[in-house]
Ligand binder design. Structure first.
Ligand SMILES: O=C(O)CCC(=O)C(=O)O
Ligand SMILES: [Fe+2]
Length: 193
């Protein structure tokens, strides 16, 4: 997984005219992990099936996510152009690659992380496995200087990855009864939209 994730970040670097190993230094003491997700079906008949979210609206805050899922489906991404929720076709024999907030910041929005959620159905349980490529906790995340200029100024302030994660965990914990507890706090660091 780690090797595949590095390869993908090499492609991101090359696509932006950067050396292939441009991102490697961020992963010396990486905080990556794998999560196994299990979504139970909602009880049927349900009074409000549209509220049956397995995982609320969020953006992945790390570098990138490599996701494998079974054939049940339920992942939805928010289309930026019109805000519509679009179903992602279930692809058990492939990986779904999700760009995370760190990559958006590093590339100064050349790559964008996308809002997504997981809806459950009334018939079948669903399993997915997500590998999250995360930087070393002492990483300062900020737009790469090669990608910023006077004409294209930085769109985000620098922030500490370790402090960000600590803040996110703490505030998720505080807001356990609130919808969308996982929503990204990246906006705190935003300079312009
Ligand atoms: O299970 C899924 O399809 C999505 C999981 C996800 O978005 C996450 O774990 O961050
Ligand atoms: Fe996610």
């Amino acid at each position: 997984m780690v090797k595949l994730a590095y390869k993908l970040m090499e492609l991101v670097a090359l696509s932006l005219g950067l050396p292939a190993d441009r991102f490697h230094g961020f992963f010396k003491d990486q905080t990556s992990y794998i999560r196994l997700n299990h979504y139970n079906p909602y009880p049927s008949p349900s009074p409000s099936p549209h509220l049956a979210l397995g995982l609320g609206i969020h953006q992945d805050s790390g570098v990138l996510t490599i996701l494998n899922e079974d054939d049940v489906g339920g992942l939805e991404v928010k289309r930026k152009t019109d805000g519509e929720w679009v179903q992602v076709k279930s692809t058990p024999d492939a990986y779904i690659i999700n760009i995370g907030d760190n990559t958006q910041v590093w590339t100064n929005d050349e790559y964008e992380s996308v809002e997504h959620r997981e809806v459950v159905n009334s018939e079948r349980e669903r399993f997915s496995i997500a590998f999250f490529l995360h930087a070393s906790s002492y990483t300062m995340v900020e737009p790469l200087e090669e990608l910023t200029s006077e004409q294209n100024p930085a769109k985000n302030r620098a922030y500490s990855w370790g402090k960000f994660i600590a803040h996110k965990k703490w505030s998720d914990f505080q807001k356990l009864s609130v919808e969308n507890v996982q929503i990204s706090h990246l906006t705190d660091f935003r300079i312009s939209k």
